[in-house]
Structures are given as structure tokens and as C-alpha cells.
Design a protein around this ligand. Structure first.
Ligand SMILES: C[S@@+](CC[C@H](N)C(=O)[O-])C[C@H]1O[C@@H](n2cnc3c(N)ncnc32)[C@H](O)[C@@H]1O
Length: 263
């Protein structure tokens, strides 16, 4: 992969996803795209870059190859404890029974299903109208998320109170989640850089471990748009190494990378 090839790939990734690929990631890009080149029978990155310019169906495949999708159930467990202990208590006393949660970079689904397991009791009832929107740019991970079947190794990160209630055996080495949990989550493909069709307001937005791939301007724009879709008494939750500091003065910090709109 020549410097010119890497530069072309880097620019296309940035323009279409906001993901910044610094020079130190060249090796990672090389190995992720080499697989794709082999599938296509392409022998050079220069040819692949040309294909990307003339064949628009290749762009989603290129994007899927470049995204980093690491996730697991109840990742950064303190956010789910906060949701259960603090946010849930606040909701219980409200007259309005409509609850909307958005997992804005949901990868293979572990994050929105963890939210669903946390909120199912007491909100998955006829009295409450709870919906969890789960979006991601990558169509491959969304297919896995919608399928909702996970290997048994993933079971250990689900607290046993939820695993016992909601995890159901699927074949010999896999499990799935009960219909009660799955029906709360609605998966859609969405690029955070594009227009968002949702009107909101959302009560909680989870956008964790995706800002780390974006530059300052992209983060700033997305955070301002989150504020527009977030209820005044809502919460924005980002990943443990992410911050809104110097990106927005519209939020106050609650601790543990949890933010609330400044009123
Ligand atoms: C590391 S995963 C984080 C998953 C989950 N939120 C968590 O914290 O475990 C990052 C996800 O962000 C998605 N992503 C990257 N750029 C995006 C964009 N422009 N729009 C929407 N999703 C994006 C990737 O496809 C990937 O699934």
C-alpha cells in the first residue's frame, strides 16, 4: 500500500464516516482491506481505490471493513447501575409514561440489549411505552445484532440476575435473549454524519466508544445535534475515555462520563 493509496483511503473513510485514520493505523487498514482485495481478486491497492471511485456498491463493504466493533454486554457496568438506580427511580414518579433510549453506535447489539435487560423491569409493561432505538453505520454488525444470537463466552458478562431471567439456550454453544427483551430494541442503519430521521425527544442517549474515532469538529457537531434530540431532563452517556469538555457548553457533568443538559 503506497502512501498515495493510504492517503486516498484515509480521505474516503473520513468523508464517508468521520473516522480519522492516523498514519499509525496504516498496518491495521492494510490487514483489514487485504482480505477484501483477495475476495475481489484485486492485486493492488491502487486498483482497489479506483474501484471505490467507480463502483458505489463497494463503499459499504469498505466501511464495514474499516469500523472497529469491539463491544460486550454490560460494558462499563457503572452506566447500567446508574440507569437502574438513579434514572429509573426518577422515571417512576413521572406522569408521562413514554420512554425513549437511543444506543447511537450499537455495534453487534450487546449495548442496547443490556439497556433492555436493565429497564425491562419495571418498564416492559402495558403501562409504559418503552422503546430502545439502536443504530450503527456498519450493516454487518447490525445483521448480527438483529439475529441476537451470541456465543456462550459472552454470557459471563451478563449479571446472573438478568442471565437467569432473559438468556435462552440456542443450540449447543449459543444463547439468545427472550422475546420480552428483543421486542424492546429496534435496529436501524444510521451514519451519525448524515441527517437523522428521528424527532426525539430521547430520555437517554448512549454514544459510547465511537467519539474516540472522530476529530474535534465532528464530535462538536454531533454533540450539538444530540442536545437537540435530548429531553431537557435527559442524559447523554459517553465512553470512559471520552469527554464533552471543550466540545460543548450545553451540558453539565454528572460524573462517570454521564452528562445532563444545562438549563
Ligand atoms: C467500538 S464500537 C462501540 C460499541 C458500543 N457503543 C460500546 O461501547 O460497546 C464503535 C461503533 O461505532 C460505529 N461507528 C463508527 N463510525 C460511525 C458513524 N459515522 N456513524 C454511526 N456509527 C459509527 C462502528 O461501526 C462501531 O460499531
Amino acid at each position: 500500500m503506497s502512501s498515495a493509496d493510504f492517503e486516498a483511503i484515509r480521505q474516503l473513510a473520513y468523508k464517508s464516516t468521520g473516522i480519522v485514520l492516523p498514519a499509525r493505523k496504516k498496518h491495521m487498514v492494510y490487514s483489514r482491506l487485504s482480505r477484501r482485495l483477495r475476495q475481489l481478486g484485486e492485486t493492488s491497492f491502487a486498483d482497489y481505490v479506483q474501484r471505490l471511485q467507480r463502483d458505489e456498491t463497494e463503499l459499504p463493504v469498505f466501511i464495514n471493513a474499516l469500523t472497529t466493533n469491539l463491544t460486550y454486554f454490560f460494558r462499563e457496568g457503572h452506566h447500567f447501575e446508574y440507569l437502574k438506580d438513579k434514572i429509573t427511580q426518577q422515571w417512576l414518579s413521572r406522569p408521562n409514561k413514554r420512554l425513549r433510549v437511543w444506543s447511537a453506535a450499537c455495534s453487534t447489539g450487546e449495548e442496547p440489549y443490556s439497556i433492555a435487560m436493565t429497564l425491562a423491569h419495571p418498564f416492559a409493561t402495558n403501562e409504559w411505552d418503552l422503546k430502545i432505538l439502536a443504530t450503527d453505520l456498519d450493516t454487518n454488525v447490525l445483521n448480527t445484532a438483529k439475529r441476537g444470537i451470541y456465543s456462550d463466552e459472552k454470557l459471563s458478562s451478563i449479571p446472573s440476575e438478568y442471565a437467569n431471567k432473559y438468556a435462552k439456550r440456542q443450540g449447543e454453544h449459543d444463547f439468545t435473549l427472550s422475546p420480552l427483551i428483543r421486542q424492546l430494541v429496534h435496529f436501524k442503519q444510521l451514519n451519525l454524519l448524515d441527517a437523522w430521521p428521528m424527532k426525539g425527544p430521547f430520555d437517554v442517549i448512549f454514544c459510547r466508544n465511537v467519539f474516540i474515532y472522530f476529530d474535534h469538529e465532528t464530535k462538536k457537531r454531533i454533540i450539538a445535534r444530540f442536545r437537540q434530540l435530548l429531553a431537557d431532563d435527559g442524559y447523554l452517556i459517553v465512553g470512559h475515555s471520552e469527554t464533552l469538555m471543550q466540545l460543548s457548553d450545553e451540558f453539565v457533568f454528572e460524573g462517570q462520563t454521564i452528562y445532563r443538559p444545562k438549563l
